[in-house]
Ligand binder design. Structure first.
Ligand code: GLU
Length: 293
């Protein structure tokens, strides 16, 4: 069953409820989806797609510490989550098998530099599309919509961003939520490199709340439902996109075509079902893609 895009953010709230009684942690199991790997795909000479296909390998930046979105368990060599699944779909359209993807850990603050200096070919890392980011990198999509919320201790009285005055808040440097909470709610959060560090701060009582996208917070809450809860309605719109270098603008049409195909042939839905959907979250309606410039 599908729900409309308008309710995609609400889907995140539903995930919380369901996650609390769901099979916590199962979203970190490796998905066994087999996405199409195109045999000798054809691209125009000189395009970045042709170069990557010819090389037969691709470097994709994902998060390693966000359960359900991008997570790499100690000792495992492949990350799990919705973003790595999207990476496999894209690699497949370039003729590249999952085993030939080099997964690179990106944190929020190094996503633009990693694309600009060629450390990675793509960033698929809970990466919201913004005008500011589009000044320096390409972002195709969106392929998922979520919204900023708060993660607090299970016994906390905080119910939304209005309750944060005088409270200690943690978020991540270089992220959109740290800006929103500062600019719209006049809260100055402690800025860490990763959300897992923020969750540690919350668990040891050093901060009262963690703020970022609901989809990320729900993953942490699902891992520790007795200690943590996600509260309030989403108070921003985060549209996840696929980052690429501005030096290769031709990637935009390739990525949009790949996303359109994945929305239509069920690959995107399979990716969702095997990751974020494991907590009982219903597949949202496929978002409408931004046109390429
Ligand atoms: N989606 C937001 C962003 O791109 C928050 C998540 C993150 O930091 O990865 O900044």
């Amino acid at each position: 069953m599908k729900i409309s895009t308008r309710f995609a953010a609400l889907g995140a709230a539903a995930l919380l409820t369901l996650a609390a009684c769901g099979d916590a942690g199962s979203e970190n199991e490796a998905a066994d989806n087999d996405y199409e790997v195109v045999d000798s795909p054809k691209f125009d000479d000189g395009t970045r797609m042709a170069e990557i296909a010819e090389a037969g390998k691709v470097k994709i930046g994902v998060k390693f510490d966000q359960p359900g979105i991008g997570f790499k368990a100690a000792g495992s060599d492949e990350p799990t989550g919705f973003d790595p699944e999207m990476g496999k779909i894209i690699a497949g359209q370039l003729g590249i098998e999952p085993k030939d993807i080099e997964w690179v850990e990106t944190i929020s603050d190094n996503r633009e530099p990693f694309l600009q200096n060629g450390t990675v070919d793509f960033v698929i890392a809970s990466y919201s599309i913004t005008d500011e980011r589009r000044q320096v990198v390409g972002q195709a999509g969106p392929y998922y919509l979520t919204g900023q919320q708060l993660l607090v201790a299970a016994d906390s009285d905080i119910t939304g961003p209005e309750d944060l005055k005088g409270q200690k808040v943690c978020s991540v440097t270089g992220s959109t939520p740290i800006k929103t909470i500062e600019e719209k709610y006049d809260v100055t959060p402690a800025g860490f490199d990763t959300y897992s560090e923020c969750v540690e701060q919350l668990k040891n009582g050093s901060v009262d709340a963690v703020t970022t996208d609901g989809s990320i917070l729900l993953g942490y809450a699902a891992q520790d439902p007795d200690a943590l809860k996600v509260v309030g309605e989403p108070f921003s719109e985060e549209r996840y996109g696929i980052g690429y270098s501005k030096d290769s603008p031709e990637l935009c049409t390739f990525l949009n075509d790949t996303l359109t195909k994945a929305f239509e042939d069920g690959a995107w839905e399979d990716a969702f079902d095997a990751t974020l959907g494991k907590s009982g979250n219903e597949v949202p309606e496929a978002p409408k893609l931004d046109a390429c410039a």
